[in-house]
Design a protein around this ligand. Structure first.
Ligand code: PAF
Length: 271
């Protein structure tokens, strides 16, 4: 990958990287399309990173659909696929950790301890390996995006982090590989999530108190069949600090909920 990227860059071509763990869906397709509209060449990495799975999460059963993934990448305009194996990424003796403090122990980081340390570790490696001009991440994983922007700025990594809007189904449900674990009635329940969050975001923007609106959204979702709320919170979009009422800073409403044991996340801007 390094040789290929060096050759492209020596020809004056711009290179984009889309890091993924495979199991690609239409949300990933839009990331690759977005990247290929902006860059001359696009590489998609597929690596199911074991270090970002917590002890309770089963990394062994993560979907592996490489043939279908490669078809989707080609259709979306990707030029190359990088599929390292575990021993290539974490050879014997590997002992370096990358950790971003503050942003990683709240929201998803509080419920999935160590998850973001695994993400920052592998993303640092992928950014260094690819030396791409631009690297693309979806806004559905907003906390991940904020952490990676911090990491790249703090460690002077010479790459631009580009965020790409969330792709949603006709009911507003953010596309995710986890949606495929839902049966049809669970899917209908999941399809309420986005509109309930949007309504809360609207009320907060109109001057409502964010903790009251977030509690109300939780109650509505629990009544609509969501089994458990991990968190619903309104935070500054960049510092991720909790916000009680909107001020001049951009803020978002963030949620993680469970339907049975399927964990869904989403976020909406408060405007
Ligand atoms: O968002 C993902 O798919 C993963 O966290 C990433 C960024 C590819 C790192 O493994």
């Amino acid at each position: 990958m390094r040789r290929l990227v060096a050759q492209w860059r020596s020809e004056g071509l711009t290179v984009g990287l889309v890091p993924t763990m495979g199991g690609l869906h239409l949300g990933h397709k839009s990331l690759v399309k977005f990247a290929s509209n902006k860059c001359d060449r696009v590489i998609v990495s597929i690596f199911i990173n074991p270090t970002q799975f917590t002890e309770e999460e089963d990394f062994e059963i993560y979907p592996q659909t490489q043939d279908a993934d490669c078809v989707l990448i080609k259709e979306a305009g990707g030029n190359a696929v990088f599929i390292p194996d575990i021993s290539e990424m974490y050879p014997k003796g590997f002992s370096t950790k990358v950790s971003v403090s503050g942003l990683t122990n709240i929201m998803c980081g509080a419920s999935r301890p160590g998850h973001f340390d695994g993400v920052t570790q592998v993303v640092t490696k992928l950014l260094n390996q690819a030396s791409a001009n631009n690297v693309y991440f979806g806004e559905k994983d907003w906390q991940q995006l904020a952490i990676i922007k911090r990491l790249v700025s703090d460690l002077d990594i010479p790459t631009n982090i580009v965020s790409v809007p969330t792709v949603r189904d006709e009911f507003g449900l953010a596309l995710s590989s986890r949606n495929s674990y839902l049966n049809s009635s669970q899917l209908q329940t999941a399809q309420n999530l986005s509109s309930v969050l949007q309504k809360a975001a609207y009320n907060i923007a109109a001057g409502g108190c964010s903790s009251v609106e977030c509690d109300l959204a939780s109650k509505i979702l629990l009544n609509s069949g969501i089994d458990k709320i991990d968190y619903i919170e309104c935070r500054n979009s960049h510092s991720l600090k909790l916000i009680e009422r909107t001020n001049e800073d951009e803020c978002r409403i963030f949620a993680a909920v469970y339907i049975d044991n399927v964990r869904l996340i989403d976020n909406h801007i408060v405007v």
